[in-house]
Structure formats: structure tokens, C-alpha cells
Ligand binder design. Structure first.
Ligand code: DOR
Ligand code: ZN
Ligand code: ZN
Length: 430
């Protein structure tokens, strides 16, 4: 017996067209205008959009070590609620994911307690200290999909060059958090008019762009696939555009918050839910990111889901840790503030959360077509709902979007042909 998703709409040549979808043995076996559901389980999605499951290449699941912030169980539940069917998790755990044992721990936990696919990322350097390279090849054998010291930039150019050489040899992308500490240290928000007005130490654009420029040269020299994390500054975009023109293997990602907010949106009370690294930048930077996403300089959209406890975030802007949650609001934010505004088509946005990340990282998901693995997301593009962190499955409630009215909420998420989450009040499963 299979499953027929009845009365859905799918994107075809930029249009939403009515389709039924038949799933047999975890695979999409047929997509057609009418499929007889006799002998199969039927799920009536009542005109909702059915997409390939979203893929997020930048998530902090916090396990092992920081279970008060998030666990693999709660983080993957949050991913499912956000329509994500596969997420890559960053190695700044405790212990750091810098060896085979930790990779195995994450994989086993994800197998037992996770509801979506978890793709571990290994560290570039041991304990992310920037001093000694990890055994990338061994971690790759265990299933890591890339290496990163996310949370900190690799300060030494020499270490980064050797890291890229080793990663290239192992066939792994280097997923780089770009931050020159000599420029960034002590800052909590963007260095600009807002920081000056409030007398706060800022993080300048160059802190990011210097690493991007340096690493592009190192990628050219080593042949590594260099992927820039959470790009935020206009100067970084400029360098990536130039490198791509030169044929250097560089790709990049951007977060919804950097596409939607600027430092001027930080409230007067300096709410630390607006503090993340890299920080919210200027409106010129935001415009450069939108343009770069449009012309393909920026390849994919990620959340940088970074849960922290309420106690930690209450410490005030200067002392609170960097990071905001993102999994459960990403698509509604993008749909409401980039698609409904006419800046992007639905297809442009969703490809950067499905087929593009799959293509970049060689993953077998991200497409809704006959023969594809049944990782799917059903989305309601009509109903407006308010962001309420108390409803999040994530332990992290640290969002700057509380109370925002958004459309484009996921309704049901299916991984490998099984429903892993659905919004009970909307979809009645027969
Ligand atoms: O805002 C951030 N939070 N940026 C990072 O690079 C690290 C992350 C975290 O781990 O909390
Ligand atoms: Zn980072
Ligand atoms: Zn991160």
C-alpha cells in the first residue's frame, strides 16, 4: 500500500498547478492531475502547496554538551515544524565534533531521536582552536558532509590553507565562518551609525570581508570547495562575485534575518534577540545581499538556527551570546517578506532551500519528481499567523520576530515517505 497526497499544488515552470502525488516504498512513484487512491492511504491537502522538503545547511543542534539550549530531538522537531527534511549541524558542540567518536554519537542519537535527516559537519581544527587540523578523512568515512569551525573564524592563514588542502584531498567542502578577531573582538552589533549612536562597540564589515578575500585566494591556491557561511557584508559579496567570475570554487549562503532586517530594526531597549554573528548590517548591505541572491552570487538560504537559553539571552546585549533561532520561521519570513513583496518568485526562493543546496553538497534530495525520495513539505500559502515562540518545538525562544504576522506556514513534513509532523487542526489524515 502506498500513500496518495490528494489535491495538492506543485510548482511547474514557475506556476502552481493542481497535482496528486503517489508515494510507494518511500519513493515518489507518480505525479499526475488525478491519481486513484483506491488501495492506498489518502491524505487530502486541500489545495495546499507541496514542495520538495527544505534543506538547511547551517543549524546548531547543540548536542552533545549544550542540551539546555537544544537537543537533537527538539532541534529536529523544530526543523520538521519549519518544513525542513534535512539539516546539517555545526560542530561547536561540547566536546567539539572534531573526531570520529563525536560524529558517531550525533549520528546514532539522530537515528534514535531525530525526526529529520541530520548531516553532521566536522571541525576544521581540534576543539575549534585554530591550532591543529582534525582527521577529516576519518570523519568523512563516518559521514560528515563538510568541515567548519563555525562560531569562530580560523585566524591563521596558514592553518586555513592547510585545512583547505586537507579538505580538498578528502573531498569535503570548507564551510567557513568568516571573522577576523582583531577587528571584531568586543563588538556585539554592526559597526555603523546605530552602534555609534548608542556608544556600542561594533563589528565592522571588513571583519568578515577580509576573511572572505583571504580564503578566496587560498581556495584558488588549493582547489578546495570554499563555502562562505552566513554572508552579511556588501564587500564580501563583491569578492565572491569576482571569484565566481574567475572560476574559483566558491559558494555562499545567506540567512533570512540578514535579508529582512537591518541594524536600524534593533529596538531602543537593545533586545538581545537581535544579537547574532555576523550582526544585522546596514540597509546598503541588505540591498547587496538581495541583489546577490537574485543574480546567483549567493547560492543558498540557511537559517543559522542558534538556540540559547532565556537566562543567557537575558544578560543584556553586551553579555548575551550571539545567535537567534530560525528553523520555525524561515519559510514564512521569506515568503511574506521576499515573495509576496514581489522581490523574488516562489521558485527562486524555494530552489535555494531545496535543489540548490542538494546540488552544492551532492545530496540525493531536494526535488519533487517521479523517482525521487519522498522528502516533502506541505505549505499553506494563504493563512496568516503570528510568530509565537511559545509554540516552537525548539528549546530556543530567542527570535527577533515575535508577533510578526506571516503567511507561508508549513502544514506537514514527510521524510522518507513517513509523516514526521503535521498541524492537526488543518490537515485531516484519512
Ligand atoms: O550567531 C551566531 N551563533 N553565530 C555563530 O557564528 C555561532 C552561533 C552559535 O553557535 O550560537
Ligand atoms: Zn557562524
Ligand atoms: Zn552558525
Amino acid at each position: 500500500m502506498g500513500i496518495v497526497i490528494k489535491n495538492g499544488k506543485v510548482l511547474q515552470d514557475g506556476e502552481l498547478v493542481p497535482r496528486d502525488i503517489l508515494i510507494i516504498d518511500k519513493v515518489i512513484s507518480k505525479v499526475a492531475e488525478q491519481i486513484d487512491s483506491q488501495g492506498h492511504k489518502e491524505i487530502d491537502v486541500k489545495g495546499k502547496w507541496v514542495s520538495a522538503g527544505f534543506i538547511d545547511m547551517h543549524v546548531h543542534l547543540r548536542e552533545p554538551g549544550y542540551e539546555a539550549k537544544e537537543t537533537i530531538a527538539t532541534g529536529t522537531a523544530a526543523a520538521a515544524r519549519g518544513g525542513f527534511t534535512a539539516i546539517a549541524c555545526m560542530p561547536n558542540t561540547k566536546p567539539v565534533t572534531d573526531r570520529v567518536e563525536v560524529v558517531k554519537y550525533i549520528k546514532e542519537k539522530a537515528q534514535r531521536e531525530g525526526v529529520v535527516r541530520v548531516l553532521p559537519i566536522g571541525a576544521i581544527t581540534i576543539r575549534e582552536l585554530g591550532e591543529e587540523l582534525t582527521d577529516m578523512a576519518a570523519m568523512k568515512e563516518c559521514g560528515i558532509i563538510g568541515v567548519s569551525d563555525d562560531g569562530v573564524g580560523v585566524q591563521s592563514s596558514r592553518m586555513m590553507k592547510e585545512g583547505m588542502r586537507r579538505a580538498a584531498k578528502a573531498g569535503l567542502p570548507v564551510i567557513a565562518h568568516c571573522e577576523d578577531e582583531t577587528l571584531a573582538k568586543g563588538g556585539s552589533i554592526h559597526e555603523g551609525t546605530f552602534s555609534a549612536k548608542h556608544g556600542l562597540r561594533g563589528i565592522p564589515n571588513e571583519a568578515e570581508a577580509i576573511h572572505v578575500a583571504r580564503d578566496i585566494l587560498l581556495a584558488e591556491a588549493t582547489g578546495a570547495h570554499y563555502h562562505v557561511c552566513h554572508i552579511s557584508a556588501e564587500q564580501s559579496v563583491r569578492h565572491v562575485r569576482y571569484a565566481k567570475e574567475k572560476g574559483i570554487k566558491v559558494t555562499t549562503e545567506v540567512c533570512p534575518h540578514h535579508l529582512i532586517l537591518t541594524d536600524e530594526d534593533i529596538p531602543a531597549n537593545l533586545d538581545s534577540n537581535f544579537k547574532m554573528n555576523p550582526p544585522l548590517r546596514s540597509s546598503e548591505d541588505r540591498a547587496a545581499l538581495i541583489e546577490a541572491l537574485k543574480d546567483g552570487t549567493i547560492d543558498i538560504i540557511v537559517t543559522d538556527h542558534a538556540p540559547h537559553t532565556e537566562e543567557e539571552k537575558k544578560r543584556g546585549l553586551a553579555l548575551a551570546p550571539f545567535g537567534i533561532v530560525g528553523l520555525e520561521t524561515a519559510f514564512p519570513l521569506l515568503y511574506t517578506h521576499l515573495v509576496l513583496t514581489g522581490d523574488f518568485t516562489l521558485e527562486e526562493i524555494v530552489s535555494k532551500m531545496t535543489s540548490k543546496p542538494a546540488e552544492l553538497f551532492g545530496l540525493p534530495w531536494g526535488r519533487l519528481e517521479e523517482g525521487a525520495i519522498a522528502d516533502l513539505t506541505v505549505v499553506d500559502l494563504e493563512t496568516e499567523r503570528e510568530v509565537n515562540p511559545l509554540e516552537f518545538a525548539s528549546k530556543g525562544k530567542n527570535t527577533p520576530f515575535t508577533g510578526w504576522k506571516l503567511k507561508g506556514w508549513p502544514m506537514m513534513t514527510m521524510v522518507d515517505g513517513s509523516i514526521v509532523w503535521k498541524r492537526e487542526e488543518v490537515l485531516k489524515t484519512v
